[in-house]
Design a protein around this ligand. Structure first.
Ligand code: AMP
Length: 281
């Protein structure tokens, strides 16, 4: 398996592949890989001649220093997991200096308001950091197809918007959320939960599925109040937000129109911040 730390070298290899009109699929990650990440890799391998995965804990998208410091970094184990999907996957694992030189700062982006909701409100600067790194990585890899999980639905919509607004020649593919058998959405941050907390965290998806059922017959306010009451009754959780929003604009709603809606949640458990979402109709 080829592992690159240096952008010049990986660009040279990919340039050779592009000369033969091979297609490049790209899966950007921050590592600590789990089956959710591997499902994106499988989708890319299936649909492209070559697949590149980046493993890079991007400092500019963290608004919390402790979260950045404690983010798991497990490159060796990650490489072993990648090999189980396919031995020809190309790994790009650069240093912060390689990606940012001496200026670890974000560019400023407008994503037509998508950046102002939910994660954008609660994690100031987060999506400028995401936009900055995804743009840098797209410029290095120049993928035909790039794979992003619906686990980070707002991020997926924002990357699609960035591509559309800048006419970038890449097709952004959204992939379904992989879950533990308990329903808990797989996440690198789950590694920081105790086994006991992992069991408790199943409440998040259970409540989302209840919200989806209630949404069929009840108002948005009714569903929202129900979800809030569940987390109030479980004080080990600290609910940061629960929103029902238009899937296209991500603007929270309290009326139902003929649109696609999704419920979004962010909740703390033992100081670990967990996010999830579910399609409602
Ligand atoms: P991360 O390493 O957390 O930045 O995630 C890298 C990519 O994997 C992003 O596109 C995520 O949305 C996606 N991803 C993370 N968790 C899951 C999951 N449980 N199912 C599907 N995709 C996921």
């Amino acid at each position: 398996m080829l592992i690159f730390n240096n952008k010049t070298d990986i660009k040279a290899l990919l340039a050779k592949h592009k000369e033969t009109n091979s297609t490049i699929g790209f899966v950007p990650t921050m590592g600590a890989l789990h089956k959710g990440h591997l499902s994106l890799l499988e989708e890319s391998v299936k649909n492209n001649d070559y697949t590149v995965i980046s493993i890079f804990v991007n400092p500019t998208q963290f608004n919390n220093t402790e979260d950045l410091e404690k983010y798991p970094r497990t490159l060796e184990a990650d490489v072993d997991k990648i090999k189980t999907v396919n031995d020809n996957i190309i790994v790009f694992a650069p240093t912060v200096k390689e990606m940012y030189d001496n200026e670890v700062t974000s560019a400023h982006f407008s994503f037509d308001g998508l950046e102002n909701q939910m994660e954008g409100q609660h994690r100031p600067g987060h999506f400028d950091g995401v936009g900055t790194i995804v743009k840098k990585l797209f410029e290095i890899v120049e993928p035909d197809n790039a794979y992003f999980g619906e686990k980070d639905f707002q991020q997926l919509q924002i990357v699609k918007k960035m591509v559309e607004k800048n006419s970038m020649p890449v097709n952004v593919v959204g992939c379904p959320i992989l879950r533990e058998t308990s329903g808990l959405a797989m996440s690198s941050r789950n590694e920081r939960l105790s086994d006991d907390d992992k069991n408790k965290a199943a409440l998040i998806y259970k409540t989302l599925t209840e919200a989806r059922q209630l949404f069929e017959k009840h108002t948005v306010d009714y569903v929202t109040e129900y979800v809030k009451s569940i987390f109030k009754a479980h004080p080990e959780f600290d609910l940061e937000y629960f929103e029902i929003a238009d899937e296209a604009t991500l603007i929270p709603t309290n009326i139902k129109e003929n649109k696609k809606y999704r419920a979004f949640i962010a909740v703390f458990l033992s100081n670990i911040r967990l996010i999830d979402n579910i399609s409602l109709n």
